[in-house]
Ligand binder design. Sequence first.
Ligand SMILES: CC(=O)SCCNC(=O)CCNC(=O)[C@H](O)C(C)(C)COP(=O)(O)OP(=O)(O)OC[C@H]1O[C@@H](n2cnc3c(N)ncnc32)[C@H](O)[C@@H]1OP(=O)(O)O
Ligand SMILES: O=C([O-])CC(=O)C(=O)O
Length: 381
Amino acid sequence: MVQKALGGAGLRGQVAGKTALCTVGKSGSGLTYCGYDISELAAHATFEEVAYLLVYGELPTVTELEAFNHRLRHHRRLPLALKEVLERIPANAHPMDVMRTGCSVLGNLETEADFSHQDEAIERLLATLPGILCYWYQFSHHEKRIETATDDDSIGAHFLHMLHGKKASELHQAVMHASLVLYAEHEFNASTFTARVCASTLSDMHSCVAAAIGSLRGPLHGGANEAAMALIETMTDAEHAEKVLMDKLASKEKIMGFGHAVYRTSDPRNAIIKQWSKRLSEEAESPRLFDVSERCEQVMWREKELFPNADFFHASAYHYMGIPTKLFTPIFVMSRVAGWAAHVKEQRADNRIIRPSADYTGPEPRSWVPIEQRVSAIPTE
Ligand SMILES: CC(=O)SCCNC(=O)CCNC(=O)[C@H](O)C(C)(C)COP(=O)(O)OP(=O)(O)OC[C@H]1O[C@@H](n2cnc3c(N)ncnc32)[C@H](O)[C@@H]1OP(=O)(O)O
Ligand SMILES: O=C([O-])CC(=O)C(=O)O
């Protein structure tokens, strides 16, 4: 017998499986990765340490981290065939489509032979996704064929180096670490659940990650950081921000970067990225974007009791680092691939195909009608 869906639309509140990777909103607003609080990880860990924690289950020792970092640096070079595909993707393509295609092409060229090679596939994806994005971006926008094998110590610094053509400052490297740590993992969010559904069919790692990229692309999920930027850049100052938001709320528009499916009072990642955005605004001596964002936060709480999620202050932070808006969501991919891959491993380790049921809402059984006797159901003009 089909059970009626608990928790209503969107499977909200339903437990759909087990994970040892992450808790979201357990104490109302908390977030942990493998038992470590997000505020501690964002303050002390590099992104690579967090990726290691997720993929291998424990924080690395000094030797393990050195070896991991070495492998990630060593694997940055893109295969020629992948570069040739990237060169054919036009400049007006959506960069998330570039990421999805890049992941897919890599899967063709370096197919995960069997699950005993999953860690190699994961490390290669972590190492190459920034290069896939920047190689396409620089070629399609500036006709430059860049070298994707930089000697930067971290994935964040490596990305900024390829994007700007010079080494990133200490501050920008620190912001990238925090940002990538914050985005790395979030339990059964839409894109991770997509990856797990794909993994549950015993599919390969690249298919799981490509499917997850497709889910992350939408503005209700990862795409919200770009949509938030599109909103705040229209705001000339805090007073104007107030007016824009009040008009939008009056016309029942959704404000991207606010609200959450699980957290009820705050998203713990917000306070952290907000602090970094403030630091960057001070460095840039350009407070407008930070000020309008802060006013948005006040208005949304006052009017709707909605709070900024991880995406909202990421918009101003990334903008202050000179990152083009359309590259915001792909950065989320560079980070979340660690979480997706960890979930794929977890699913594979204790698998049963994910196949829920549906409440049927269609017509009662009816008789077959031969085509010549059918009356069109489409209204004529
Ligand atoms: C990293 C991430 O993926 S974080 C999420 C990024 N996404 C966004 O920022 C997009 C904007 N936010 C949203 O669309 C939603 O808040 C989601 C998708 C994140 C969560 O959706 P839900 O779980 O369905 O939201 P929830 O049930 O809390 O919504 C409650 C009410 O608040 C409203 N609401 C929720 N978010 C917003 C918002 N950003 N702006 C205006 N109203 C909102 C809903 O429309 C709903 O109103 P209703 O009861 O009159 O229909
Ligand atoms: O958990 C969610 O639904 C969305 C989210 O914040 C994330 O994936 O980081």
